[in-house]
Write a protein that binds this ligand. Structure first.
Ligand code: MTE
Ligand code: MO
Length: 377
């Protein structure tokens, strides 16, 4: 069993698959702290967790001529300044469980906690690349490919790529991270080194980083080419052509209600209930507003944003925004339906329903979040 060496996991995590291991925490945990604790952070593995010995670990970096340079973990820690970036990582399949209600899709049935926010410390990718003479003037480079050390035991390794523009941009804040929330990165999250690509879909944040390849082409991996892409609601498995769609990079704006949870019974105080959740947008966009309604959109309450990144510069809002809203409820009502939607700094907002964003892989599932709760007085 190749999964025998997988690490122990926190019992509170709710698995959607055991081999490979995929799990998310109860959503209410997400709003308890700005930074998600390491052992409660969702886990998305496609393969067994590799057992990496730091003493023999090497990161191999290849330039466009396939010239190899290798770095030990110590090299990455000592040859480059250590920086810390707060960034949210979200799976493209977060909230897929809601899209499935329109029509079945292929993919793990995630709730709304396949997302987490952490501080990541490590070396800046652009400094590592520049130390090898790779920069904006290098010919024939358009992508930076990452390969994980996790393998199916035969020939397949996890891989993904990002555009060179993101990788070389100092304000892109891409880092080769060896710490998560001030601790060595846990095994499930990429020990000893993973790339953190802020604002970009989780799938490109490659864990257990083994190789970096600067190249003309995108990664050839299954997960870059034939997965993690969006399609029209009318595209089905007979008509889908993965070559026609771009790989997901920056994610669209999303939000979710984490407390209360669906069908929970909560207390009404002074005619109001308190609702808490998260909001986030890809590409470094800031969350500027979250609207919540308890009457199907007749009236919207503007949530109070707990903006821990208030001083982040434009296009560099990598961390999520937690929020809280007070929603009036009509006296005596026994149940209320709550909807939440966020607005980002591009004034993009979430679609109302899943019908017209449905896609066969169930990705980019960011329609209004809707729950029903029971009221007690
Ligand atoms: N990196 C490797 N090497 N193997 C993987 O299976 N999964 C990706 C990404 N990086 C994956 C990987 C996906 S799809 C997501 S959503 C994130 O890691 C999940 O990161 P986490 O498990 O630390 O939450
Ligand atoms: Mo993912």
């Amino acid at each position: 069993d190749p999964y025998l060496n997988d690490p122990k996991r926190h019992p509170i995590l709710h698995p959607s698959s055991l081999k490979p291991y995929n799990a998310e925490p109860p959503p209410s945990i997400l709003v308890d702290s700005y930074v998600t604790p390491n052992d409660l952070f969702y886990v998305r593995n496609h393969l067994p967790v590799p057992k990496v010995e730091v003493s023999t670990y090497k990161l191999k970096v290849y330039d466009a001529n396939m010239k190899e340079t290798s770095f030990s973990l110590e090299d990455i820690k000592t040859k480059f300044p250590k920086v810390t970036v707060t960034a949210t990582v979200m799976c493209a399949g977060n909230r897929r469980g809601e899209m499935v209600k329109v029509k079945p899709v292929k993919g793990l049935s995630w709730g709304h906690a396949a997302i987490g926010n952490a501080t990541w410390s490590g070396a800046r990718l652009h400094e590592v690349l520049r130390s090898l003479g790779i920069d904006e003037t290098s010919p024939n480079i358009e992508h930076v490919q990452f390969e994980g050390l996790d393998t199916d035991g035969v020939s397949v390794f996890y891989g993904a790529s990002i555009p060179i523009e993101k990788a070389l941009n100092p304000a892109g804040d891409v880092i080769l991270a060896y710490e998560m929330n001030g601790e060595p990165i846990p095994r499930d999250h990429g020990y000893p080194l993973r790339v953190i690509v802020p604002g970009i879909v989780g799938a490109r944040n490659v864990k257990w980083l083994g190789k970096i390849i600067v190249s003309k082409n995108e990664s050839e991996s299954h997960w870059q080419q034939n997965d993690y892409k969006g399609f029209s609601p009318s595209t089905d498995w007979d008509t889908v052509d993965f070559k026609t769609a771009p790989a997901i990079q920056e994610l669209p704006v999303i939000s979710a209600i984490c407390d209360p949870s669906n069908s929970e019974t909560i207390s009404v105080k002074n005619g109001k209930i308190t609702v808490r959740g998260y909001a986030w947008s890809g590409g470094g966009s800031k969350i500027v507003r979250v609207d919540v309604t308890g009457d199907q959109g007749k009236t919207w309450q503007v949530a109070k944003l707990i903006d821990e990144e208030a001083d982040a510069r434009p296009y560099r809002h990598w961390g999520w925004t937690l929020w809280t809203a007070e929603i009036p409820v009509s006296s005596g009502s026994k149940q209320v339906e709550l909807w939440a939607k966020a607005v980002d700094s591009n004034y993009n907002t979430q679609p109302e329903t899943f019908e017209n964003i449905w896609n066969l892989r169930g990705v980019l599932s960011n329609a209004y979040h809707r729950i029903k709760v029971n009221l007690k007085y």
